[in-house]
Structure formats: C-alpha cells, structure tokens
Design a protein around this ligand. Structure first.
Ligand code: NAD
Length: 396
C-alpha cells in the first residue's frame, strides 16, 4: 500500500459542482490532477471553474507562497477517457451523478485500469460503500469520502469504510482529507469506522426532506407561493436559506436521487413527492439548470420573504435531525454526539441539533409524534434515546 507522501497523481471523476471543487483543493494541496467527465465541453467548463476558484483563492492570499494560478493550472489535465486517465493514479475521487449502477461501473473500470495501490474514494451522498465496491477487483481499496458544497468553503470531509475496506485505505483517506485546504480554515477530516449510508451529515440532512416534500405537496395543492414556505422557515434569520431556495441551490435532481436511494435502503417514506418528481421530470433542476422552485436565469433568484404561509414548522428540521443523530448513537456509528455537531458545523456552517436539543428534546419528540400521526411517515417516530434525553450524557 502506498504511503500518503507517495501520493502524487490524483484523478477526479465528474467535473460537476463537487468534482471541480475537489480538483481545485487537490491542486492547491500540491497534487497533479486529471479531471474526467463524459463530454469535452463539461470537463472544459470544470477547468474554467477551477481557474476562477484559484484566482479567488489567490486574491484572498490562500495560495502557497511563490505559487501562481498558472503553475497550478499546468498541473491540471482533462480527459474523457477514464481507463487511460487512471493508468498512473494513486488516488481517485469519484464525484459523478448519484446513480448506483453508474458509480459501480466507474469503480470497476478504475480498479481494473489503475495501479494496484490506487484508492478509490466515492463522494456518494447516500449509497453503501460496500455496494459500490463489491463487484470491483479491489474492494479493500474503496472508501467513502464525502465533501460538502462548495468544497473550497465548507471545511469538512467525512471518510468512511465499507465492509471490505482495510484500515490502511481508511487511514490514507483521512490523511488525504486533512491535506486538502479550505478557504475558511483547517479541514476537518472525520474517520467513520462503521458503515452508514449517507455518512453522518446526510443521515441527519436527508430525513427532514420527508417532511419538506410533504409540505411542498400541500403548498402546491393549496396554491401557496414557494417564497411563503421559505418565509415560514425563517430564512435569512434562523437559517441562511429556506428549503425551496436550498433545494434549488443544491440541485433538485441531487435531492431527488438521494430520496430514491434512501427509499430503497431505509424506508418507503423517503419516496419523493409530486412536486419534486414533477420538477425533475421537467428538467427544472434548480440553480444549475436556470429553473427550479425559482427562476435563476438572471443570476440569483429574487425571493420576497415578507409573507408567511403558516404551514411549515421551522422547529421540525432540528427535531428530525436530533432524532437521526440519536439513532446514529444507538447504532454505534459514533460513540458521542460532539463529532456529529462538529461535522454539521464544519460541513454546513449551521449548528448541529444537540446543543438546542438538550433543552427541547421533550417538545421535539412531541411534534414528531404529532407529525407521524397526521402523515403516517413512521420513519420519523422519535427513538428512545431522544425521548428519554439519554443522549445528554453521551457528549464525548
Ligand atoms: P453534478 O450533476 O453537478 O455533476 C456530476 C457530473 O458527473 C456531471 O458533470 C456528469 O456529466 C458526470 N458524470 C456522469 N456520469 C459520468 C461517468 N460515467 N464518468 C464521468 N463523469 C460522469 O453533481 P454533483 O452535485 O457534483 O454531485 C456529484 C456527487 O457528489 C453525487 O454523488 C452527489 O450525491 C455527491 N454530493 C453532492 C453534493 C452537493 O451539494 N451537490 C454534496 C456532497 C456530495
């Protein structure tokens, strides 16, 4: 197995929102990078985004002394031929579309064509690393490495094992994670020993979409404008963006695919509702396609938050996240809740649920029970550790 200091050649597969960000920080860390996608115009677009990002980093004085944007860009190649691109790769970041069959194909192809020491790190939001790796020739070298958008600004990366991953591969992933700079401070590279589809963050962030998708459908039936839903969430006061704006920002297809995956892994309650399904079918994928809940064709969407609809309870998201965090403790994915709060803060710039959860767990258990009663979404039932407040003694 290769040592971290010997890792020089990195390939990033997927030149979308996550891929170009990962490629940028890998270049800033000193690796040689090949960026791969299926079409030339997509990789070239990714390359322009990297250059733009590096220029911004330079203005903020975040490039190493004596290193110019040009120096770094010379270390970045592009390709549409994955088998060829990974011939000399020591480490491969996979950041392609969230579809299991395609991730598996890419993993198999990389493992067949790269040197035996090469590690494959998937940025999957929801799948089991074991499932991505199992038909490849070296599942022991496959890890999960989950970044947050935008990669250059959100300082967390979660690094996780699959069933067959060796400790060594996990160690290297954690070290590589630490080596990747972040414009806001040191990168937090979190080691997760036990497999959890969605790592820590998405185990907390995806279940609230069960509730939000239910609200979107009610709003659509009642003809309520989306901005009133964002106003209900106290957007720009309690949270930087309301749920409609945030879904547009992250990509509606990404949210949709995450729900479909969790529907298979955890519960039918994750099935996307009518509104999300229609938006995806129409190709209204949010900011990246110009339309989603809002119109992004002229730059940032104009959202008037003056009027509330009064149908979304802004406490529900935190209540659901506290419940999911407690489930992670019950499943022994983590042994204390500090790491969950740390991941949420470094990955999303929002506090985790345990601080306010200590004061509110009884009230929040009650609102979850009431929601399950009206919606029949039993996945959101509060677990024992939340209801009893037993998590309070498990900080660590
Ligand atoms: P994206 O749609 O912006 O980019 C995906 C890219 O993958 C596209 O450019 C597409 O052409 C390319 N692609 C598809 N099939 C390919 C193949 N066979 N070979 C090479 N390239 C291929 O998506 P994204 O938001 O960058 O997400 C990528 C991954 O990261 C997904 O697994 C997603 O769940 C995960 N993720 C996304 C976020 C986020 O906030 N967007 C955060 C963390 C993780």
């Amino acid at each position: 197995m290769v040592e971290i200091s010997k890792i020089k050649n990195v390939t990033v597969v997927g030149a979308g929102a996550m891929g170009y960000g990962i490629a940028q920080v890998a270049l800033m860390a000193g690796y040689k990078v090949i960026l791969v996608d299926i079409k030339e115009n997509i990789v070239n677009n990714g390359l322009s985004k990297i250059k733009e990002g590096l220029k911004k980093a330079q203005i903020k004085d975040k490039l190493e002394e004596g290193v110019s944007v040009l120096d770094l860009m010379l270390k970045c190649k592009v390709s549409t031929d994955l088998s060829y691109a990974v011939k000399k790769s020591d480490f491969v970041f996979e950041a392609i579309i969230e579809k299991l069959d395609i991730k598996k194909q890419v993993c198999n192809l990389v493992m067949e064509n790269s040197p035996p020491h090469c590690i494959f790190a998937s940025n999957t939001s929801t799948f089991k690393i074991t499932d991505i790796a199992k038909d490849s020739i070296r599942p022991e070298n496959v890890i999960g490495m989950h970044f947050f958008f935008p990669v250059v600004l959100q300082c967390c990366v979660e690094v996780m094992k699959g069933e067959e991953t060796t400790d060594r591969a996990l160690d290297i992933g954690v070290e590589i994670g630490k080596s990747l700079p972040c414009l806001k401070g040191k990168r937090l590279s979190v080691r997760i020993e036990k497999e959890s589809p969605g790592f820590i963050a998405n185990r907390l962030l995806i279940p609230p979409i069960i509730y939000l998708s239910w609200i979107f459908d009610i709003a659509s039936e009642k003809g309520i404008p989306w901005e009133q839903i964002d106003a209900d969430a106290e957007a720009r006061r309690l949270t930087p963006m309301g749920p409609c704006e945030l879904t547009d920002y992250l990509g509606i297809d990404t949210t949709y695919n995450s729900l479909r995956s969790y529907e298979k892994i955890f519960s039918p309650d994750f099935a996307p509702g009518k509104v999300l399904t229609e938006l995806v079918n129409k190709g209204h994928l949010g900011r990246k396609s110009g339309r989603g809940f809002y119109d992004w064709t002229r730059g940032k969407a104009e959202i008037n938050l003056d009027k509330k609809a009064g149908i979304l309870n802004p406490e529900m998201t935190m209540a659901i996240m506290l419940n999911e965090g407690c489930k992670l403790l019950e499943e022994n994915i983590v042994s204390g809740y500090k790491v969950i709060n740390d991941v949420m803060l470094a990955g999303t710039s929002m506090p985790g649920p345990f601080g306010s959860g200590k004061r509110n767990y009884e009230k929040w258990s009650k609102i979850l029970e009431e929601f399950v009663e009206v919606s029949d979404k039993t996945f959101l039932k509060p677990c024992e550790l939340m209801k009893s407040g037993g998590f309070i003694n498990m900080r660590k």
